[in-house]
Design a protein around this ligand. Structure first.
Ligand code: URA
Ligand code: SF4
Length: 188
């Protein structure tokens, strides 16, 4: 297992999949490196690739609103993606790319030791929870792996395409926040 600076260096130099060819910046993730809550999304988009930070584009603005609606702040959680380099034209990262990049996320998980993981969108849930994950049927359900609670909800980009999903996401985040508060209480 690598420490944070070794990990950052390894990802910066990574050429394991072809996504390295077009990247301007890797996007490791951002937030509290000791967070109890880890949000895992899919891949960097255009703005993320340009800045090296996760969720700084349109989806990021919406994510901020969702977090604020349940009184969660970016600086108390950690945000990461399945793949660290932007796929061309924001296509879904391929299965091979996800598997090649996953060890970095596993290393991040081992360093952060979160108690709750939130998967944003189908690609994340299928990679983290199970390959056959159906986001419309299985979102909002708690799973448990390695002493960590895991839940999936829609990706903010899906809400930008279909605003009828907003209510479900809000319900999911209320559920996440109450579990998070519960865990915080038992830690005191
Ligand atoms: N969408 C993602 O899945 N991740 C980001 O970091 C930004 C947008
Ligand atoms: Fe390496 Fe991941 Fe970037 Fe592929 S996406 S080059 S595996 S860091």
């Amino acid at each position: 297992m690598l420490n944070w600076s070794e990990l950052e260096k390894a990802v910066n130099e990574c050429k394991k999949c072809e996504l390295y060819k077009m990247r301007n910046n890797i996007v490791m993730g951002d937030g509290d490196k000791k967070a109890d809550l880890l949000i895992i999304s899919e891949a960097p988009g255009k703005q993320e690739d340009l800045t090296g930070k996760p969720f700084v584009g349109k989806s990021g603005l919406l994510l901020d609103k969702i977090l604020a609606s349940v009184d969660l702040k970016r600086d108390e959680i950690y945000l990461a993606n399945i793949v660290k380099c932007r796929p061309p034209n924001n296509r879904n990262p391929k299965e091979s790319e996800r598997q090649l990049c996953l060890p970095y996320l596993r290393n991040q998980f081992a360093l952060i030791k979160p108690k709750i993981i939130v998967c944003l969108g189908r690609v994340s849930a299928q990679t983290i929870i199970e390959p056959s994950f159906k986001i419309t049927k299985q979102r909002g359900i708690w799973y448990e792996r390695k002493n960590c609670l895991i839940i999936a909800t829609y990706h903010p980009a899906a809400l930008l395409r279909d605003s009828t999903k907003k209510r479900d996401v809000w319900e999911d985040f209320k559920n996440i926040k109450s579990k998070y508060d519960e865990l915080k209480k038992t830690q005191l």
